[in-house]
Design a protein around this ligand. Sequence first.
Ligand code: DOR
Ligand code: ZN
Length: 345
Amino acid sequence: MRRLTFRRPDDWHVHFRDGAMLETVVPHTARAFGRAIVMPNLVPPVTDRASASAYRDRIVAAVPQDADFTPLMTCYLTDHTDPADLIAGFREGLFAAAKLYPAHATTNSAHGVSSIRAIDGVLGAMADAGMPLLTHGEITRPEVDIFDREKGFVDEVLIPTLERFPTLRVVMEHITTRQGAELVAEHPDRMGATITPQHLLYNRNALFAGGLRPHMFCLPILKRAEHQEALRKAATSGRSNYFLGTDTAPHLRHLKEADCGCAGVFSAPVAIGAYLKVFAEEDALDRFEAFASLNGPAFYGRAPNEARVTYEERATPVPATIATGEGELVPLFGGGSVDWIEASQ
Ligand code: DOR
Ligand code: ZN
């Protein structure tokens, strides 16, 4: 049986939601990860210091007593973001970063930014302060093919923005294409990218395997196999720009198995095992620690976690559903098994 010991990892992209859902999902992330970048797309969104501070308190209250876990907060950018509040929140350590949702790109993004030019003042202040911009990298014009939206964002939004703000630090969240991976590699000094387990494990065929698979639906959507291959090469390359970010995004089962189903894969219960499967398949277990535990902290200017964890290769059943106070969630690998599991202490 293979075993692997590495520094306790961090998750640089999670959705915790709120209320009963938050209480169910936070422990899954808090047990496996030391820190997590928390996405702000609540209803209403987390758009200032006051709402972020209150949300952080609700998250901390849901962390199990025995878990050593710190949530890192983000601010949801709108056309009306106050740069002074944003930068003050960054300087005092409340905000780790700010998140750009193009309006209507994804779940709860209606208040997002209408045009990148509308936030030039904010981006200039962020560049000056060294505050990272996290992007949901999809253009939203409805006539653009859903499989081309990330490439469109790279060409139409990201490249011009990088040129206009030469010192702005940017994380392209949940990259799904070769073009996304390449752009990040071209800007090693100031760009990072998170990569989800589902975009490493699957390509768009998984959306239609034997029928329509709502639990494989997330945004940006799964792409062709050639893009999956590019992401697997990037994640296991050892390059410091790529790091772990699950985009774990729970939605109640009935809201995914619906006529107009929600986007998101709930991966937190099996996240580390899912990534380890990919690294084992790529014969790159020796590069896992960099991706999971070192590259993210380095980008964010933080020390890696001191604690070590050990995982072993042992197929373990995953429950088909997980109950919340509001209804059921279907986790990644639900009803199947995960290949790697934390070794018992
Ligand atoms: O699949 C997704 N789910 N993509 C996103 O960008 C948002 C997320 C969510 O909040 O459900
Ligand atoms: Zn997300």
